[in-house]
Write a protein of this length. Structure first.
Length: 157
């Protein structure tokens, strides 16, 4: 095999593995969200923490909000590096994180509702629980977005 043909093969391999590596990086961005979801399932089906510590649901939703905002932050930074863009100013970036976190919190509650209907499981006790869960998810997202906002402002000074 001559050097010219091996160079062509390396270029073809780079073209194949580059999108695969990007997909893996994007999936790694959402790994913390997947871990919190699995924790939520373990808590729900073992019922240990929910029975003996009823407010643990609140902490799962706060953690879910923080981790969701963190995951979207990682994803937006990855895409920003690859596509050479970053959302400026910092308040707009943080607002986008809160919006994405809110969307995930709403989808989480829709999931719990559908789960209650089809699997006859009591995720949601009442509307107060649902609104509390949405509020805690949003609070976690706002907390993380504020932290990111202040770090971005500090780094630009």
């Amino acid at each position: 095999m001559d050097l010219a043909s091996s160079g062509i093969q390396l270029d073809n391999m780079k073209r194949f593995f580059s999108p695969l590596q990007e997909c893996i990086q994007i999936l790694r961005s959402f790994l913390p969200m997947i871990i919190v979801y699995i924790l939520n399932l373990l808590f729900a089906y073992s019922l240990g923490p929910f029975l003996f510590w009823p407010t643990s649901d609140i902490y799962i939703h706060i953690l879910g909000g923080i981790v969701t905002a963190w995951s979207f932050d990682r994803l937006m930074r990855f895409v920003g590096k690859r596509k050479k863009w970053l959302i400026e100013p910092a308040w707009l970036y943080s607002t986008m994180l809160v919006g994405l976190t809110s969307a995930v919190a709403i989808l989480w509650e829709v999931y719990e509702y559908i789960h209650d209907i089809f699997f006859y499981f009591q995720y949601q006790a009442n509307n107060i629980d649902t609104m509390g869960d949405l509020s805690m998810g949003l609070a976690g997202g706002i907390f993380f977005a504020c932290v990111i906002y202040f770090f971005q402002r500090r780094s630009h000074k």
